[in-house]
Design a protein around this ligand. Structure first.
Ligand code: BT5
Length: 262
């Protein structure tokens, strides 16, 4: 995998250093540790399987061996710490682009960090940040993509989660080489990162919104056990927070929560 990836890689700065392991607890955890030790921008960690793959809010990311991509990338942008969530948007745009180019045109983004195909999750992004005062020290963007799992394998490995999950293979009908997918993803990620650095957030927010599947859809938002509301998903603000217009005309900002189209 690593030799193939090095041969295919066209990105110039991202992936100059790639750490590959057959097994890690979590590629994000490993890269956070490397970041603390001063690893350079563009450092990448990939594992064939994860024993403790992480999602948001202590959730887990199911990470079997030999079939999917689990990858983390280190960024060191000179931005304020509160802008770090924009990296989830940058990664989502790059991911949808790569998946669509494989021929899966109906792949789109589900706020805040999912890539879905016909409502089923094919990939997720976990952005973690370490601040230095009010600025970013470094950001780790972790990406998990279900690539070559068949429906039977998804059901077997994922149990209940299998019902809301899908893979590239399930939609394409054939295998995709993981090293090639990773090389394409790093190239597109580098491209969108450069656009963000040179043109600013608006270019990213526009592209994100174009690839977002739920614009103007009616949604149910769950903030926590006690707070839930419905409304129309109208966009994201300059920080990437979701804007939902409720029936009484109020626009609510969702910073973290689960959103279901109803
Ligand atoms: C995410 O969290 O979607 C972010 C997932 C990021 C995983 C990558 S893999 C490389 C890097 N290293 C890590 O340790 N993590 C990152 P969230 O939105 O919280 O979604 C988690 C939920 O997705 C779970 O609670 C399940 O319902 C579902 N899920 C878990 N594994 C899945 C899978 N393989 N495919 C589809 N859905 C899954």
């Amino acid at each position: 995998m690593i030799r193939k990836l090095n041969g295919l890689l066209r990105a110039k700065s991202i992936g100059k250093v790639i750490h590959y392991q057959d097994e890690l607890e979590s590629t994000n955890t490993t890269l956070l540790e490397l970041g603390e030790k001063g690893a350079s921008e563009g450092t990448v960690v990939i594992a064939d399987r994860q024993t403790g793959g992480r999602g948001r809010l202590e959730r887990s990311w199911i990470s079997p061996a030999g079939t999917n991509l689990y990858i983390s990338i280190l960024f060191k942008p000179e931005i304020v710490a509160t802008d770090a969530p924009l990296f989830t948007l940058i990664a989502s745009v790059a991911l949808v682009e790569v998946i669509q180019r494989l021929g899966i045109e109906n792949a789109n983004i589900k706020w805040p960090n999912d890539i879905v195909i016909q409502g089923k999750k094919v990939a997720g992004v976990l952005t973690e940040m370490r601040p230095r005062r009010e600025m970013v020290d470094f950001i780790v963007v972790g990406i998990g993509v279900n690539i070559n799992m068949t429906r039977d394998e998804i059901n077997l490995e994922m149990g209940n989660v299998g019902r809301i999950a899908t893979s590239i293979k399930e939609n394409l009908g054939n295998d995709v080489e993981r090293a090639k997918f990773a090389a394409d993803l790093l190239l597109h990620l580098e491209n969108w990162y450069q656009i963000f650095i040179s043109k600013g957030r608006s270019a990213i927010l526009t592209e994100w919104t174009n690839r977002w599947g739920d614009l103007n859809k009616r949604v149910s938002v769950t903030i926590n056990e006690n707070e839930q509301f419905e409304g129309s998903a109208v966009g994201v603000d300059e920080k990437g927070y979701l804007l939902v217009e409720t029936d009484n005309g109020e626009t609510k900002k969702v910073i973290a929560g689960d959103v279901q189209v109803i």
